[in-house]
Design a binder for this molecule. Structure first.
Ligand code: IPM
Ligand code: MG
Length: 375
């Protein structure tokens, strides 16, 4: 099949890591016969420089014509003193809302090759794991276009009182829960819905919706946790979780916490999903969870694996190409097994002696080779 992919390399290390992900996608295309066409677009700081807007209307309109969006990173010190509505980060919120990408998937799993990057002890990591192995494999599904981020906000006339609103409709909750349940069906068949229903009315609605939606997924075990307890459980026994579904703000916080468990922010991908569109594709925005790292930009030292794994998520979640996504994931595994490390993930395994520190391009090229050799 043929797919059109919008590329927003963005700022800092964004262009370098996106370039490597494109090489890997092309290798997958060559091997499997799929065709990926790219349209490169501006958003973030570079767009502010050339159009004085973080998210030019043309970028949003063109992305809407594509099947999916791969984004590097936006922002940097150059634009930090701009007022809030003109900052590069606005491009992210504008893309999420403008494309209706209501579900944000943030996986966090322990990579055996980077075991010592995880700050948690073996005796904690083995908890809740039937096979007694130190591991966790969590998928956080964060609601992304509602709640406190998009609710009514304001100030009193004297400016001394301020408010933000947590507001959710049944429809907004149901559609993100379904993304969570569908994901759970393809994984460990467990879902944990995180809320604060002992206090918040909106959380009580989440539970009502969950009671109905869960009936459509009898194979999935549903649990509920209050967010304060969930924050504790993530550190106490991360192995107990499979899929976590939660609101915009709680998901923002818990996903940062989960990323620390993996200890390797340069490795982590993410997907933001919208509604299903034609051709069976689901529009999605894919990006590494790391930032633009302006201090190392242009030095060929950034880790491209988070973006490469984001491209794998694109193949699976937007295009339904599960086998092809596994091809990329297995290639990344093979490259890590071979000892190649970018500097951010060096010295994190028990086999430091056989590690070789490489740059962005060499790491990308190694994944391309592993895709070519993979099955
Ligand atoms: C994230 C970030 C954003 C968010 C910021 C940059 C607006 O923290 O993607 O998690 O809060 O959603
Ligand atoms: Mg965040």
């Amino acid at each position: 099949m043929t797919f059109s992919i919008a590329l927003v390399p963005g700022d800092g290390i964004g262009p370098e890591v996106v370039e490597q992900a494109v090489e890997v996608l092309d290798a997958v295309g060559d091997k499997t016969g799929h065709v990926f066409n790219y349209v490169e677009l501006e958003a973030g700081g570079c767009a502010i420089d050339s159009t004085s807007e973080p998210l030019p209307a043309e970028t949003l309109e063109t992305v809407k014509q594509c099947d999916a969006l791969l984004l590097g990173a936006v922002g940097g010190p150059k634009w930090e003193s701009l007022p809030g509505h003109l900052r590069p980060e606005r491009a992210l919120l504008g893309l999420r809302a403008g494309l209706g990408m209501f579900a944000n998937l943030r996986p966090a799993r322990l990579l055996p090759q980077l075991r010592t990057a995880c700050p948690v002890k073996d005796e904690v990591l083995v908890k809740s794991n039937a096979d007694g192995k130190p591991k966790f494999d969590i998928l956080i599904v964060r609601e992304l276009t509602g709640g406190l981020y998009f609710g009514e906000r304001g100030r009193s006339a004297d400016g001394k009182t301020a408010f933000d609103t947590e507001k959710y409709s049944w429809m907004e909750i149901e559609r993100v829960l379904r993304v969570g349940y569908d994901a759970a069906m393809g994984r460990g068949k467990k879902i944990c819905i995180v809320d604060k229903s002992n206090v918040l009315e909106s959380s009580r609605l989440w539970r009502e919706v969950a009671a109905v939606v869960s009936k459509d997924y009898p194979a999935v075990e549903t649990n509920f946790l209050y967010v304060d307890n969930a924050a504790m459980q993530l550190i106490r026994a991360p192995g107990q979780f499979d899929v976590i579904v939660t609101s915009n703000l709680f998901g923002d916080i818990l996903s940062d916490e989960a990323s620390v468990l993996t200890g390797s922010i340069g490795m982590l991908p993410s997907a933001s999903l919208g509604a299903t569109v034609d051709k069976g594709c689901r529009m999605g925005m894919y990006e590494p969870i790391h930032g633009s790292a302006p201090d190392i930009a242009g030095k060929d030292s950034a880790n491209p694996l988070g973006t490469i794994l984001s491209a794998a998520m694109m193949l699976w979640y937007s295009f339904g190409l599960k086998k092809e996504a596994r091809l990329i994931e297995n290639a990344v595994d093979a490259v890590l097994d071979s000892g190649l490390r970018t500097v951010d993930i060096a010295g994190r395994s028990e086999r430091t002696a056989s590690e070789e520190i490489v740059g962005t391009r060499t790491m990308g090229a190694a994944v391309v080779k592993a895709v070519e050799n993979g099955e």
